[in-house]
Design a protein around this ligand. Structure first.
Ligand SMILES: [Fe+2]
Length: 242
């Protein structure tokens, strides 16, 4: 099975369309979305409609839950909070129901999905280092766990001696004796200094996880943010990849 695995669209339709365009030529059979369809930018409803048109399995992100009052914005930055208030005013009923329906985790025989970490997924903690990864590794009942949330693509690998290493932006061949936490980065607001959209392909037969980047029209996405009256920083940061 070939899976498209992606996260953190954040209402950026230009980035989403570019990534889905690439997936369309990659013989994808199933789409795996790791949360944060909305927030920060101005196309929440088109982005939700677009991903719902796909054979999709999805989990909730903190911005998805905040947009439908299931998660507090108290710890959000002022810009993120303003964008959530804007999003609440601009969601339609269908989109609200979709966001409300998203679960925090998903698991099949092969992989687990969560936005942040498997320990208290409802708190949306960041997978920032090996100590935090260790807790998720301990809770994993599958060889792979796909995550998002930090907007930085990379892979934590735990070997049979329980050593954990981290490789930023790396593709990996899955080996039976290891466990993997794969952060697929962000489609709509990368934060590793590279503004190109992040996306991932998982081929379960070939046992290969590939992390990729693709340029998109940032100027169009930025202008929409400014024109909607959202904080200019939210547009500017797209060019910086921060
Ligand atoms: Fe996010």
């Amino acid at each position: 099975m070939r899976y498209a695995v992606f996260a953190d669209i954040h209402s950026n339709l230009e980035a989403l369309e570019r990534v889905l365009g690439v997936y369309a030529s990659e013989s994808i059979e199933q789409y795996i979305f790791l949360g944060d369809a909305v927030g920060y930018s101005v196309d929440p409803v088109p982005c939700i409609q677009r991903i719902r048109s796909l054979p999709l399995t999805a989990v909730a992100g903190n911005h998805d839950q905040a947009a439908v009052n299931l998660f507090s914005v108290d710890n959000f930055s002022p810009e993120a909070r303003e964008a959530i208030f804007w999003t609440r005013r601009n969601l339609d009923e269908d989109s609200k129901q979709f966001l409300e329906s998203l679960k925090l985790t998903f698991q099949n025989h092969d992989f687990t999905m969560v936005h942040g970490t498997l320990n208290s997924p409802q708190d949306f903690n960041y997978m920032e280092d090996g100590f935090i990864a260790e807790e998720t590794f301990r809770l994993m009942k599958t060889p792979l766990c796909f995550i998002g949330h930090t907007h930085v693509a990379g892979v934590f690998i735990k070997d049979k001696e329980d050593h954990i290493c981290y490789r930023e932006n790396a593709s990996v061949d899955i080996e039976a004796e290891n466990k993997y936490i794969i952060n697929v980065g962000s489609v709509g607001q990368p934060r590793d200094g590279n503004p190109a959209a992040s996306y991932c392909i998982y081929d379960s037969q070939a046992k290969k996880v590939t992390l990729k980047r693709i340029d998109y029209d940032i100027a169009v996405a930025q202008k929409k943010i400014v024109d909607a009256g959202l904080p200019e920083l939210l547009g500017h940061r797209l060019f910086m990849g921060r």
